[in-house]
Design a protein around this ligand. Sequence first.
Ligand code: PHE
Length: 326
Amino acid sequence: MEQIEKAQSAAALSVIEQRLFGRKDGAMTLAMKELKELDESARKKKAMELNEKKKKLIDAIENRKATLASPQDATLRKEDALDVTLRLPRKEQGHLHLIPEFYAEVEEIFGRMGFDVMESPEMETEDLNFTQLNIPEDHPARDTQDTFWMKMKGKEKKVLRTHTSPGQVRYMRSHKPPFRAIFPGKVYRKDADATHSPMFHQFEGLMIGRNVSLANMKAVMETAVRELISKDATFRWRTGFFPFTEPSLEMDVRWQGEDKTKEGDWLEIVGCGMVHPNVLRNCNIDPDEWQGFAFGFGVDRMVMIRHQIPSIRLLFPGDLRFLRQF
Ligand code: PHE
């Protein structure tokens, strides 16, 4: 008993345990074997004695083990090991995931600039996802490579929207210009690598008025990029093509990937342009009277650039070791 109480490590304890209860030559094991030699009444008495000792020794060993396992308090017993008064330090209290946190800022910034926020369905008709946006039947954007099609029993088949742009059509059909609005939400495409995920996030913007110009568009978008990514973000404008805008532009932002010694790559974060007259007409808005711009920002990529995250795939498993870094 004294040796057990003085043992200074789990290893020392297990040596003692072996000496007492080892299968071949443990002291207790041998004593138990010797019981056979005794006559009936002596055997009973001795067996009870031994069992009692055995129990005491095992308890002592377990207690000592528990004490050794919590070195900050040598008197702490196994049954006391859960400290219910433990409080998490402040910075360990939870926070929103990076994506909803980002969306909250988007709504705040665009709210300040007078934009409405509208949600639009994730399961969309082919008509609104493509046709009404001036994307012809045979346009490559409709290729089954890119789109998840939903078979609907006895109903018109649907698509998981490939962009937030159908929100534009829904909004224009239910509001009278002038107006400005954003449409945040999830979108889906059959794509997967470091910068593509089959589900990702966008927010669409739309502003229609009598004199809304490309210069207005650039001013609004540059304000958003500076507030949402960084006030000294490096970006460039490129011409682009979208069937539903004319002219169309794209914006790339410098992105420092894993290799911090290299100058970063350009990452495309948004497509935009002046709303195509055909789209206005599809929404019963007269293009001779009204004009304006639309854009569709890629949220996940903006979050990656802002926080220097090397792969889009890190954003979705909900791994706390990743999320706690922010
Ligand atoms: N919908 C386009 C995309 O997802 C982006 C875009 C939105 C382009 C609005 C122009 C205007 O790629």
